[in-house]
Design a protein around this ligand. Sequence first.
Ligand SMILES: [Mg+2]
Length: 401
Amino acid sequence: MILPKIKEIRAYYCGGATAKAAGGGGDYHDQAGGHWIDDHIATPMSKYKAYEQSRQSFGINVLGTLIVEVEADNGVTGFAISTGGEMGCFMVEKHLNRFIEGRCVSDIKLIHDQMVNATMYYAGSGGIVMNTISCVDLALWDLFGKVLDTPVYKLLGGAVRDEIRFYATGARPDAAKEMGFIGGKMPTHWGPHDGDEGIRKDAAMVAEYREKCGPDFWLMLDCWMSQDVNYAVKLAHACAPYNLKWIEECFPPQQYDSYRELKRQAPAGMMVTTGEHHGTIQSFATLSETGVDIMQPDVGWCGGLTTLTEIAAIAKSRGQLVVPHGSSVYSHHAVITFTNTPFSEYLMTSPDCLEVRPQFHPLLVNEPVPENGRITKETLDKPGFGVELNRECDLVRPHTH
Ligand SMILES: [Mg+2]
């Protein structure tokens, strides 16, 4: 079979600081006011009073969505979205394009290696450069699947289970339980600058939802890089009586020794997890060595599907789980092929967490949502990642080449 070549790559953005705010899409922090995702959530900036109440106040939504579209010379197109906005567009159209146009649609690993190595001098340990590379990589997988009329999960070797079970990340674990999810993960609202009172308040929140959700429903805390070891250990032990399943991302990504120490001092049986802000394969190898129980890469930020499969292999070799940070269809097609991903994350983007809304609303057409906390294999049986770009959104192409 002669496969087509890639004719053109194009990059667009929507939302973020240079466009209309509250665009949602790939930058899911870019929401309107009153949303649970911006309600006094503990962050590394919370120690500054002016930035304590709202993450948007320090600019969590400035980047906006990056959309990468690749077109083959037979007219088939693939696309993907991530967080990266206008800066990502520059990288795609002025730098990465040279590795893509003219290549066969199946040259995904070669293109990936060239993108990673050619940006190494300015990529640091990930960040927006890796977000952008991830978006290109996902667009290439989507194109490859659409050219072959095959879902991406089958290109990866096929499903190892018939359905994906989800836990919900949001502010209402009780509502998540009613909707059929297997667990609920809440953000912490307080941090080390709040002292023991902060620990009491967040532990009280866990206690409240343990009471509402019964003894067996999973409850977890997501700490978004906001803590130090002493605070995290005390919080973990304060939540142990309420059977907290795991405590997530207590520290900044590169504080490997802190993760190792938390794992050593955490209550028996409570899992320690992290990974969504790690951006290189090497950082996941180091993270794995700390002994964390679950690695949580984001497929839109870690280097794409090509890197995610490598991270899953690192985790598997140590008996660790890999449960990606929720990234909708881009996660679904990967995790259904991983033997060490027994469940997955669904990020609630409805303002009050009382309904299941497509995570990347309004940018993807036909984006599936869990029903009764599940997505079946058959739901994914569409070419590529099974979604189309909603061109009614206000897409801007700031650069061409
Ligand atoms: Mg998280």
